[in-house]
Design a protein around this ligand. Structure first.
Ligand SMILES: [Zn+2]
Length: 293
């Protein structure tokens, strides 16, 4: 018999809540604004109304992918500043108490990687690097999400690339996120040229500043990919997030550059762009209910 769960994606601007079948995928989906500035209690209140509307007796549980670092008990340990009163909430207990159903809470990139494994590239050993407004990551190990002791494993965006480099929203300096995020690319262009330009435009332009920004970006990305390959020896490093839309013409270049830093044993690692549909996150979140994470 098919299993059913509610899958939830809580992003910086919007929340998606869906009724999901293990085989059928998304059966029904609603979308509402997150309104993160109104605080965690308000998010949970509005989210619960939508879950309630979708629930029926076939639902086995609620799987959530959310922004922030989530520990193995389902507590939000830290999050970006735009999420007011989100840190410290035990989202797992909140949902389990309200609905009397099991709930699983993972980070949004972890949810997306589970979606990637089930509905996209199905490599058992796969590392995700999500290049968006920030930089996130996740580790799929032997077909399972690797969460580490405290749940937050895979946050490669905050591996330091440059000692005492650019200041990162996480409080550290020189993190990969400060060189590889969409925001970082635009900031670097502004720094060099004095002009504001969207990331997609910078990747397409041929002027001296754009070339320099893209060249630096490709080197940093190549180092990040090689470090990941040497640390995890995965089947594939899968790049996702908003920046990846601009990377198609650069994939061979990224491979060539990263091979300079990759150990002989790991030179066969695949470097791929995610080809997932936008629903990967809720599908991945729901999968935490169908199979143990
Ligand atoms: Zn950081």
């Amino acid at each position: 018999m098919q299993k059913y769960a509610i899958g939830v994606d809580i992003g910086g601007t919007g929340m998606q809540i869906a009724y999901i079948g293990e085989n059928d995928g998304i059966i029904k989906k609603v979308q509402i604004p997150t309104e993160a500035k109104n605080g965690g209690a308000d998010i949970i209140e509005r989210l619960s109304i939508e879950i309630e509307n979708l629930l029926d007796e076939n639902i086995m549980g609620i799987g959530v992918g959310t922004a922030g670092q989530i520990d193995n008990e389902g507590v939000i340990r830290s999050c970006t500043a735009n999420f007011k009163d989100w840190k410290g909430i035990n989202l797992k207990t909140e949902l389990e108490t309200r609905f009397n159903l099991p709930a699983q809470i993972v980070n949004d990139v972890q949810a997306m990687s589970l979606g990637e494994m089930i509905y996209g590239y199905s490599y058992p050993n796969m590392i995700s690097l999500a290049l968006g407004t920030g930089v996130g990551g996740a580790i799929i190990n032997n077909g399972k999400l690797y969460r580490g002791t405290n749940g937050s494993a895979g946050e490669m965006g905050h591996a330091v690339l440059v000692p005492f480099g650019k200041e990162c929203p996480c409080g550290s300096q020189g993190c990969l996120e400060t060189y590889l995020s969409g925001t970082a690319i635009e900031k670097r262009y502004l720094e060099l040229s004095g002009e504001e330009k969207k990331g997609q435009i910078i990747f397409k332009q041929d002027d001296e500043y754009s070339k320099q920004v893209v060249d630096e970006f490709l080197d940093y990305l190549a180092i990040a990919v090689a470090n990941i390959a040497n640390t995890f020896a995965p089947d594939a490093v899968v790049l996702s997030g908003g920046v990846v839309g601009s990377l198609e013409p650069f994939m061979d270049d990224i491979r060539t550059r990263s091979l300079q830093f990759t150990l002989e044993a790991n030179k066969e690692v695949k470097i791929l762009r995610s080809n997932l549909l936008s629903d990967a996150m809720i599908l991945g979140a729901a999968s935490t209910i169908f199979t143990e994470v």
